[in-house]
Design a protein around this ligand. Structure first.
Ligand code: CMP
Length: 140
């Protein structure tokens, strides 16, 4: 299996509840390594740019509002099959559909306040990592 990097966010609903460490521990316990991490308070422009693919969706306004409502921890996670592994660890987008033991099942409040984001494919991982990090900020 290939060593991959994926992009992850611990969203404001989770940082407000002081869950940064608890969620990061789940990544580490599952074999993912945090190779970059910083805490940001997204501007509206940054949130709209990051989620531009969803701009026509009815929930876009709510999404941007939530992502600008408090701090987010943006991270790069590295490990074997990191992109798929992170999606398994996170669980389904809607916590009502998430499997037992996943981060969203354990911590998420709703589909809009679902605690974490993770890249869904190698192309989006590369794009999302470069949206938030320069090469020198990633230390493997
Ligand atoms: P995320 O993985 O960050 O990708 C896009 C986000 O949009 C998603 O998690 C959810 O938080 C949010 N989202 C998706 N569908 C809905 C919805 N129906 N209502 C509110 N938010 C949604």
């Amino acid at each position: 299996m290939a060593i991959e990097r994926t992009f992850s966010m611990i969203k404001p609903d989770a940082t407000k509840r002081n869950l940064t460490g608890a969620i990061t521990k789940v990544f580490e316990d599952n074999g993912l390594r945090v190779v970059a991490s910083k805490r940001v308070w997204m501007s509206k422009r940054e949130a709209e740019g990051f989620y531009a693919v969803h701009k026509e969706r009815p929930f876009f306004g709510e999404l941007v509002e939530g992502m600008t409502s408090g701090p987010t921890v943006v991270q790069v996670l590295e490990g074997e099959n990191a992109i798929l592994k992170n999606r398994e660890i996170m669980g389904a987008t809607n916590p009502a559909d998430a499997a037992e033991g996943t981060i969203r099942k354990t911590y998420a409040l709703s589909i809009g306040e679902n605690s974490v984001h993770g890249s869904d494919a190698p192309e989006t991982a590369a794009q999302e990592i470069s949206y938030w990090f320069s090469g020198t900020e990633i230390v493997g």
